[in-house]
Ligand binder design. Structure first.
Ligand code: PEP
Length: 256
């Protein structure tokens, strides 16, 4: 089954109006060179609208980094509804990033609710799952990613992955410069796809599973060559146009 590669940039809490304008300008200059790749950028909330206007008419898509676990507007100070993100042109939203889980106490149940809220608003959730170093070293990697995946599978069923993306992000590789080897990443991606397949083989074949964790220009090619790695969720390297575009080029090369 044809799974288009997806390269998604998670800018986290970085940027300014000026810096964003030039970064987006650089990305857009090259974006049409990767027709077989979906390119998504996820700026901080406050810049979504202006970045969305800048990429209008280009193949670059807009995503958010977070949304409220609420279905309807109301008294939730500081929160943002999925429908508001749709309203300003987002097509996707990251849910369950390990920084949200560890720094802001998002439980599997909250992440599952956010996943559902995203889909109910017509957004593609990019569901992040992954183990800490301690969990890996104690042999719990599969149990952890299974638990995080099951939180969504049990509450929403496998069919919801028709309109969703999974990102396997080993926490020990995020922002550390330490990347999972292609073999380590492929093994977990295969495990995730297998777990989906138990529920629905067709969905498992079509669901895109991204790798995230210090993906850069110089390691993207070998990671993206793995049969179950369908793209990347890129943090640090998404803030440098040349690095980000080189990863897009590596994804394009793997798709030809
Ligand atoms: C991330 O935060 O999703 C991520 C993968 O970060 P980095 O690429 O910087 O490791």
């Amino acid at each position: 089954m044809d799974r288009r590669k997806l390269i998604a940039g998670n800018w986290k809490m970085n940027g300014s109006r000026d810096a964003n304008t030039s970064l987006v300008h650089e990305i857009m200059l090259d974006a049409r060179k990767y027709p077989k790749v979906d390119v998504l950028i996820c700026p901080p909330l406050v810049y979504l609208d202006s970045v969305g206007r800048q990429i209008e008419g280009s193949p670059v898509q807009l995503g958010a980094q977070n949304l409220a676990d609420q279905q309807k507007a109301g008294a939730f100070t500081g929160e943002v509804l999925g429908s508001m993100l749709r309203d300003i042109g987002c097509s996707a939203v990251i849910v369950g990033h390990s920084e949200r889980r560890s720094l802001y106490g998002e439980s599997d149940a909250v992440v599952a609710r956010k996943f559902q809220c995203a889909q109910n608003s017509g957004l593609i959730p990019v569901l992040c799952i992954g183990e800490t170093l301690q969990e890996r070293e104690s042999g719990a990697t599969e149990a952890v990613v299974a638990r995080q995946l099951d939180a969504v599978l049990v509450s929403s069923g496998a069919a919801v992955f028709k309109n969703a993306v999974i990102a396997y992000e080993p926490v020990w590789a995020i922002g550390t410069g330490r990347t999972a080897t292609p073999e380590q990443a492929q093994a977990v991606h295969q495990f995730i796809r297998g777990r989906l397949a138990v529920q629905d083989a067709k969905i498992a074949k079509s669901t895109r599973i991204l790798y995230g964790g210090s993906m850069k220009a110089d390691n993207a090619g070998e990671l993206l060559a793995c049969p179950d790695i369908d793209g990347g969720l890129i943090g640090g390297a998404s803030l440098k146009a040349n690095e980000f575009l080189a990863i897009c080029a590596a994804a394009q090369a793997q798709s030809e």
